[in-house]
Structure formats: C-alpha cells, structure tokens
Write a protein that binds this ligand. Structure first.
Ligand SMILES: Nc1ncnc2c1ncn2[C@@H]1O[C@H](COP(=O)(O)OP(=O)(O)OP(=O)(O)O)[C@@H](O)[C@H]1O
Ligand SMILES: [Mg+2]
Length: 337
C-alpha cells in the first residue's frame, strides 16, 4: 500500500483534556497517513484515544479537550490553519463522521429527505431541491434503503438504516474520507455484517477512504486494507491487514490479538496473556507507555520513548525491540521485508 496516494497526513497530533485530576494526554504526538481509497481500521482498548483521534481529524474536539499541537494536512493544506468558515466547508464536503448512535447526529423532527437536502444545500446553495432529492434518492437506494424511507423520521428507522442514512449524508457530498466511530457496534451481528459489506461496496464504487474505529477486531480483519493499533494515546503499530494478523510485531498487538478467540498467531511460544490495565492518561508511564505491561520490556523502554518507524515496507512499529539505540543493551530483532 506504500505506493498509494496520500489523502491525509497527520503529524505530531496531540489532544489534551483538562480534567479535575489534571491534564489527560489522550492523543500524544501521533503521526500517520491515510491513503486515498483505503479502508483503515483503528483498534485498541477502551479509553486509548480512538474517538478523540477521529474527532481531532475534523477539529471536532470540544472543551475541556483541546488540540495542543500538530498538523493535519489535507490536499497539501494544514487544516489547523483554517478559519471557522473553511472548517465548516471542510466538514461534510471533505470529511464526514458517523457516530455510534446516529440518533445523536440526526435531527429527530427532520425527515430523511430533509436531512439530505439540507446537507447538500448548506454546501451547495445553488442546488435545486428536486436535483438534491434526485441525487439523494439514487444514493439511498444504493445503500439498500427503500425510496419510501426518504419520508421517514429517524425514530421510524432501524439502527442499521440510520447508520446507512449517515453514510449517505457523507457520500452525497462526495466526501473524500468517512470516519466511522463504532458505527456498527449497536447493531446485531447480521445487520453489522451487512453494513460492513455495504461499506466495502461503497468504498469500491465511490473510491472514498474510510477510517473505521472499532472494538471489533474480527470486523477490522474482514473489512480493512490496513490496521492501526492504538495504545494509551499513541499508535503502537500500523500494517497491511494480513501481515498484522499473521505476524504482529508490537507486544501490545500480540496481546490484543491473543485476547481474541479463534485468532491463531504463527509463533505459539510468543503468546501471552496481557497483564494489568491500560494506564491512567493523567500520569502516563515514561518512555514507552506500554512498558509496565510488556513482557519484553528492557531498561531503555522505561527511559526513552521509541519512534513509530518503518521496519519493513509499509510496516511501522513503535517498539525498541526493532530499533538500535546507543542506550539499548539487547540485540535488535530484524524483520524481513
Ligand atoms: N470530555 C472528556 N474529559 C476528560 N477526559 C476525557 C474526555 N473525553 C475523553 N477523555 C479521556 O480521553 C481518553 C481517550 O478517550 P476516547 O473516548 O478517545 O477513547 P476511545 O479509545 O474512543 O474509547 P472507547 O473504546 O471506550 O470508545 C480516555 O482516557 C478518556 O477518559
Ligand atoms: Mg470511542
């Protein structure tokens, strides 16, 4: 996937929430790319910063949270420099977001068709109502929703239909990136599998990029082209889906996959049960944030934060096992490209 065109470059992005107990470092100097037309899965334990990251990509972090640093480069421009008007245009037209419970983002007293017309007319005021409806109608049908549903209010739709309406609102403006945060979590397994299939079809037809944030690793394995594994506000590892599941490199990824039944890792001896709890992000551990839980931890891990760097083509890992450093005493593991 490395020869793909880059849609969005995230560089040193940090987000902090000011809580009563002090600042919570929810996203800590995170850098990664989203490629055009890819499905990127973002996984990690509860509280590791996935939703914060998804919202930060659209500058939708609300107080007490703040983006405290970094760049979000889209089409060659850093959206951190955009004013409010530019941001309004960016949200929806370039990037749109689907939340876990679409009821919170759909207006309960607006019918589906009214939502779609509004979405189009906010961004394209010259579009006539009939044309907007025509565009929306064909899209809604592609998403597997009957035309008559255009006259329904959100509460008259099932959870799965509401999710698809949200996907439709993103696509109708030709957004380049759709961020889906736990979009399938509230659905039953059959509807979830169907929505996952539809997301894949939509991705292929519209060439849109998808950032799929989820706890559901099986869904990520099935749906994603690449996977980013997040731990305690950082990205531990990014790789194409097959190498990630076949041979995870970061000890945290190994632990995470090991906690899922039916996933068999190549090297049985390396399996271990993940001990302990994720850290409190008001006082994150020094060095590598995973070191207190890591069975491979070395003295350097407590002292110096490892870089998230490439160890083989398209494989990035943030772990001292794979890099040299003057303060490191143990041999470095070499990864075949
Ligand atoms: N409004 C807030 N005020 C203070 N801390 C917050 C706030 N929102 C999130 N946090 C903290 O930021 C960290 C990341 O939260 P976030 O919701 O991004 O995690 P997540 O990975 O999406 O979790 P989940 O899988 O449960 O949805 C957590 O430690 C959380 O407690
Ligand atoms: Mg979340």
């Amino acid at each position: 996937m490395t020869d793909k065109d880059v849609l969005m470059q995230i560089r040193d992005l940090s987000v902090t929430y000011n809580s009563r107990l002090g600042p919570v470092s929810a996203v800590d100097k995170v850098s990664f790319d989203i490629f055009k037309g890819e499905i990127l899965g973002l996984v990690g334990e509860s509280g590791c910063g996935k939703s914060t990251m998804g919202k930060a990509l659209m500058r939708m972090i609300e107080p007490p949270g703040h983006i405290t640093g970094g760049q979000i480069i889209f089409d060659g421009e850093d959206i951190m420099t955009y004013d409010q008007k530019q941001m309004r245009d960016f949200r929806g037209r370039k990037v749109s977001m689907i939340f876990q419970d679409p009821m919170t983002s759909l207006n309960p007293v607006q019918r589906v068709d009214e939502h779609v017309i509004e979405a189009i007319q906010v961004h394209e005021p010259k579009t006539k109502k009939e044309d907007a409806l025509e565009r929306a109608g064909s899209l809604i049908r592609k998403l597997g929703i009957q035309k008559r549903r255009m006259n329904s209010y959100p509460h008259q739709l099932s959870g799965g239909m509401r999710q698809r309406v949200m996907v439709g609102l993103g696509l109708v403006l030709n957004a380049d990136l759709i961020v889906a945060d736990e979009a399938t979590t509230s659905l039953d397994v059959i509807v979830e599998a169907k929505l996952a299939d539809q997301l894949r079809d939509i991705q292929e037809e519209f060439g849109v990029s998808l950032l799929v944030i989820t706890h559901n690793i099986a869904l990520v394995a099935e749906l994603s082209d690449r996977v980013a594994v997040m731990y305690a506000g950082s990205i531990a590892e990014i790789a194409d889906v097959e190498p990630l599941f076949d041979a995870p490199l970061h000890p945290y990824t190994k632990g995470l996959l090991q906690s899922i039944p039916n996933i068999k890792l190549e090297d049985e001896e390396e399996l271990y049960k993940m001990a302990g709890e994720p850290p409190n992000l008001t006082h994150p551990p020094s060095g590598c944030r995973y070191h207190p839980r890591c069975p491979y931890a070395m003295p350097i891990c407590e002292k110096i934060e490892p870089p998230l760097d490439e160890v083989a083509s398209g494989r990035l890992v943030k772990c001292w096992l794979y890099f040299d450093h003057p303060e490191k005493e143990e041999p470095t593991i070499k990864v075949a490209s």
